[in-house]
Design a protein around this ligand. Structure first.
Ligand code: PLP
Length: 231
């Protein structure tokens, strides 16, 4: 017997049934199938990424309400939600049985720009300064092949760990431009800097391995098992 969850679209407008009625219809179909057990309802409240930080609790409350109604109509109790910016608000919503934040384990420059994380993100890409053409420009030996092509909502590729005002504002495949006009950071060619990427999930998948650090010491190396997999 396979347990299934019904996905309700609570506003992200990606996958999932769009109405509680459609969810209820699907639930009654699922109940008629041999070897299928209706286990609950779920959503990815990804539209929180487009909400201002002040509106996130309201967006989450609306999504949780919709899921609660869907669960009742589907005669099930398990309610699963998932997003990093919404995780704190959703944790306070009664009737939510499960949180599925993913980005949460590392955090990134997008979460910082949404106000969902402080500047201390766990995932960084170690880079070397390869050019200092002017006092306010530097180039790093990483680009979209190492950071991914994703940008923060305000259009950045990342920032330097410990120096959030040192912004990677654009990248080519193998070069990243570091803007230094708003920071005291004055690196020289050869210096190593740790870039917090715009999107940790996509960034990890650009690499074969992740190195786990305690301080500056490498304590473990993890293979990126989904690397290169398309499904
Ligand atoms: C279905 C689903 N659940 C949970 C998540 C986790 O959300 P986040 O990346 O905000 O942690 C995602 C992210 O894409 C998702 O697609």
């Amino acid at each position: 017997v396979v347990g299934v969850l019904i996905e309700l679209d609570t506003g992200h407008h990606r996958t999932g049934v769009r109405t509680v009625r459609a969810a209820a219809r699907l639930a009654s179909t699922a109940r008629r199938l041999a070897n299928v057990r209706l286990a609950g309802v779920y959503t990815h409240e990804g539209h929180v990424y487009k909400a201002s930080p002040e509106r996130i609790p309201e967006v989450c409350a609306e999504a949780a309400d919709a899921l609660r109604t869907a669960a009742a109509e589907c005669e099930t109790e398990f309610v699963s939600v998932g997003s990093t910016p919404g995780a704190v608000s959703m944790a306070g919503e009664h009737a939510v049985s499960e949180l599925r934040p993913g980005n949460y384990v590392y955090l990134d420059a997008t979460q910082v720009s949404l106000g969902a994380a402080a500047e201390r993100c766990a995932l960084t890409v170690l880079t070397t300064v390869i050019s200092r053409p002017t006092a306010v420009d530097a180039f790093l030996d990483v680009g979209t092949k190492g950071l991914s092509g994703d940008r923060t909502p305000d259009g950045r590729c990342g920032f330097i760990l410990g120096h959030p005002e040192a912004v990677v504002d654009w990248c080519n495949e193998e070069h990243a431009h570091l803007r230094l006009d708003a920071t005291d950071l004055a690196p020289v060619v050869g210096d190593r800097l740790r870039v917090v990427p715009a999107h940790a999930c996509a960034c990890v998948n650009c690499h074969d391995r992740a190195w786990l650090l305690r301080g500056d010491e490498i304590i473990e190396t993890w293979p990126v098992s989904a690397r290169g997999r398309m499904t």
